[in-house]
Design a protein around this ligand. Structure first.
Ligand SMILES: *Cc1c(COP(=O)(O)O)cnc(C)c1O
Length: 463
């Protein structure tokens, strides 16, 4: 299995190489050169299997020769053993034809654990075999950083440094980053906002001397291995509702488009998905684009679903690549326009192609709060604000004949202030992490200064 860049100008790579590289050298994102398919019988045969077994069968063709079958099985088992629910991704029913896929039973209570736990183990095995090590540096507004630290802690082939804006993440998010005691993970509280954190990371990647010196690697959501890990729960949930003999639809609270793009891959593989619905908050660039208004950046307005507060949706480039008939030059041109002019128009043909794959909806702050309240009353399910955005759109767009599955992307206890405001209920942490507030914290406050950051990282990587 080969991986090629959405901009068509970077070398073809294996799964392992694409995973360790992250961003392609031409600025594009890696996608599988061909998407493998599963027959109806192969999909039917997933019924009743464990999450790990389904993960193995769905992902195996993408991994190719990079890992042996036994190696890959062991990696999957280690990745998901730390989850707090035996089903890993349980499905609960909200009403007659609307289901919630709970993706928040991992160690940091957000769906990002599904991919991050897996690539932690994949990195460790690949780097050990190469007798190599890397330094992962990432910026986070909360969920990605905590998932990365949790996944990579204690793995001796990797050092992890996560930059977060000092004082601007929720207390649960901060504690999830500052309480792991393993010496290879480092929480850096930067004196600045999230954009400053991202800019600092970008500058480090562009400083080739530093980049090569510390062997910098990235695990943000453009990493193809992360996207592929997320394909699995589309299969487990659809099969539990009767696929391949029955169609299902999905609604996905969306920011960087990684999670919903995994649904697109599942559909290409042969899973009978009727509709893939993108749900956005007030930062609605994707909804505007899918409604035919072009792709134009605006101001990011902070919301109560902060993990979806984006103005440029990085994985949308992959959707465009397929919508433009795999034309890397066309994608490269759009991305140049985005960089120079802050936006672009989508061609009529590509709009039609996008329209065949995706629907969309937008939810205001008030509607988000009202959905948390009404869903608790009607089903007893307490939603996080991101999941509430999904449930509102999913409910509006579902039809009577085809089950709608909405992805619940985080646990309500990760966003207690908004949940309590909406419902009057303070969401408790799951018992397995109820001591989070007592654990001791470890973090370094750093100035927003590239030189200072780089010296800090150099001094603290294992030699
Ligand atoms: C990251 C995140 C999202 C958005 O996912 P994308 O793959 O970026 O579209 C939604 N909800 C939560 C809780 C998240 O952490």
């Amino acid at each position: 299995m080969k991986y090629i860049s959405t901009r068509g100008q970077a070398p073809e790579l294996t799964f392992e190489e694409a995973m360790l590289t992250g961003l392609a050298r031409d600025g594009g994102l890696y996608v599988p050169a061909e998407i493998p398919t599963m027959t109806k019988d192969e999909i039917a045969d997933l019924a009743g299997k464990s999450y790990e077994e389904v993960a193995y069968r769905v992902m195996r063709p993408f991994v190719g020769d990079s890992f042996s079958g036994d190696e890959f099985r062991a990696i999957i088992d280690r990745a998901y053993a730390v989850f707090g629910h035996d089903a890993r991704a349980p499905l609960v029913q909200l009403n007659e034809n609307h289901y919630l896929l709970e993706l928040f039973h991992g160690p940091t209570l957000a769906f990002k654990d599904f991919a991050m736990q897996l690539i932690g183990q994949l990195f460790q095995v690949a780097l050990k075999r190469r007798n190599d090590r890397v330094t992962i540096v990432g910026a986070t507004s909360g969920d990605t950083g905590s998932a990365a630290m949790e996944a990579f802690k204690g793995l001796d082939a990797v050092d992890v440094f996560i930059l977060f804006p000092d004082g601007r993440v929720s207390e649960v998010q901060r504690r999830q980053m500052t309480t792991p005691q393993e010496s290879n993970v480092h929480a850096l509280a930067l004196d600045g906002d999230f954009d400053d954190c991202q800019a600092a990371v970008k500058e480090m990647f562009n400083d080739f001397g530093f980049r090569d010196g510390v062997k910098l690697a990235g695990v943000n959501s453009i990493n193809i291995a992360r996207v592929l890990a997320q394909v699995v729960y589309y299969f487990t949930s659809a099969v539990s509702l009767g696929a391949p003999h029955r169609k299902v639809s999905f609604t996905v609270p969306t920011g960087n488009f990684g999670d919903i793009f995994a649904g697109f891959i599942a559909k290409q593989m042969g899973l009978p998905i009727d509709r893939l619905v993108v749900a956005t908050n007030q930062n609605d660039i994707l909804h505007r684009c899918l409604s035919g208004q072009g792709y134009h950046k605006g101001e990011t307005i902070p919301s109560i679903s902060p993990s979806m507060d984006i103005q440029v949706s990085s994985n949308f480039e992959r959707a465009l690549y397929f919508a433009y008939g795999r034309d890397g030059n066309a994608v490269a041109q759009l991305m140049d326009e985005l960089k120079s002019g802050g936006g672009f128009e989508v061609s009529r043909g590509a709009m039609e192609a996008l329209g065949e794959q995706y629907d969309s909806g937008r939810v205001s702050e008030d509607e988000t709060l009202a959905t948390i309240k009404s869903t608790l009353a009607s089903s007893g399910e307490l939603l996080c604000p991101h999941s509430a955005v999904g449930v509102m759109v999913g409910e509006a767009q579902r039809d009577a004949a085809i089950p709608m599955i909405t992805l619940a992307t985080a646990h309500p206890a990760k966003f207690p202030a908004a949940v309590e405001e909406a419902s009057g209920v303070h969401p408790p942490l799951p018992s397995r992490m109820s001591d989070l507030y007592e654990r001791s914290e470890r973090m370094t406050r750093v100035a927003n200064d590239l030189g200072v950051l780089q010296s800090h990282i150099k001094e603290h990587i294992a030699k």
